[in-house]
Structures are given as structure tokens and as C-alpha cells.
Design a protein around this ligand. Sequence first.
Ligand code: SF4
Length: 255
Amino acid sequence: MSASDEDLGLYVHIPFCRRRCHFCAFYLEIARSDRMALFHSALIQEISLYYRQELWNGRTLRTIYFGGGTPTSLPAEQLAALLALIRATWPTDGTAEITVEAHPSSVTVRDLTILADAGFNRISFGAESMADMDLVSIGRFGRVQDTAAAVQAARRAGFENINLDLMYGLPGQSLQNWMHTLESLMTLAPSHISCYALTIEKDTRLAQDIARDLVRPPDEVLQIDMEAAAEHFLGEAGFSRYEISNYARPDYACR
Ligand code: SF4
């Protein structure tokens, strides 16, 4: 929760993923339905505990963010029920920004329709790259075509505010490949794009592969060039950079 009197936000962390990406050092659990069912029940109890602590002092929620992990590891019905419980528990601004993160390969039009109908009005897909070879190099399941399909499905479900997360400086990725990813992304017309430089975290699969000389470490000079190229390209395409990693079309900066 944020501390400002005017701007209260709630972050709900869903720590499940189908499998661990090679660069990922976040706490997570591999998605298993029995574990997720337990987690869902525990989350309902935790919401009730927070409610009893009366931290809110009559203030209104202006943002709600379901992040992960991969929140859409949970069935869409459970995410919808959690959001309904949150909104029934605390006063929520009618124009609140309500985001859910999703893996493009983990959602169907039906899921997305349930989420949009439940009140989620912003979706953030972990696209990472628009080149299949990059997804393979970081151990990410799914294909580039899943991202395109997920964005189309989200629009059909009613989402207008769509973010795509990207990473740059991936193993074997050239500046030209990175530009190709940015150009391909434009055909999907997202409202927001986040660009993160790959960093190597201790004890990850990628760190081990680098230590064994199986993969080259990220080239920091190349990453700086990629960052500058993204800022220029996205600026020309109508996105403004309003935070280190974040670019938005007018009126779509994440709250
Ligand atoms: S989807 Fe995100 S949280 Fe899950 S393993 Fe990959 S990087 Fe980590």
C-alpha cells in the first residue's frame, strides 16, 4: 500500500509461474492447482486481516495491481472473485486503474472476457521479444505469435489499455534484432511499453550458463545503445518516456 492520503494503491502478488525463466531470480512457485487453491484461500483471509487493521482510514483505492509471478496462472474466475472481494471490502474509486499481468500464452479470449467483465481495465503482457529465438534463449515458454494473438484477444475482450513488457540485451540479440522487435510491436498498437535491460542475477540458470561459458554476458555498451535506440524510436512513434523503463502514449502512463 502507498502512504499518500490522496493516492492509495493495492498490490496483489501472485507468485506462480508455469516454469522459471532462465534470468529470473524472483521468489516463485511452480503453478500446481492444489498449491494455487491453498494460496487463493489464504489471500482471501489476508484481505480480511488487512481490513480489520483499518489502515485505510476511510480512504479510497485509486489503483489495484495484480502482479507476479504470473497472475493468470490462477483461473480467471478466481482473479475475478478476488477483485470483487477487494472492491466489496474497501471503497474503490470508480475510475481506479486496475491492472493484471499476464503471460501471453496463458490466456484465452474467454479468460480475458471474464477479467474485463470483472473490472480489470489494464492488462500487461510479458512479451519480452518479438523474435522466437530470443524467447528460447531466456527459457521463456510460448511463441511470438502468442503475443499477437493475446493482444488481439484482449482488445476483443474490451481492454483498451494494453502494456507490453520487453527485455533487451538478451543472449545473441543484436541492435538490429532489437529494432525488429520494436518495429514488430508497433503492429500490435499497445498503449504502453516497458523496456528492461537484462541483468544477470546470482544463482539463475543464465548466471550458471555464463559461468560455464555457454552464453555470453550482456554487453553493457550495446545495452546503452539499445536503450537510446528505443527512446528515439518510441518517441517518433508517439510514446513518451515518463520513467526509466516506461513509455506511454498520451494519457496512458501507468498510475
Ligand atoms: S514469468 Fe516472470 S516471474 Fe515467472 S519465471 Fe518468468 S520472469 Fe520469473
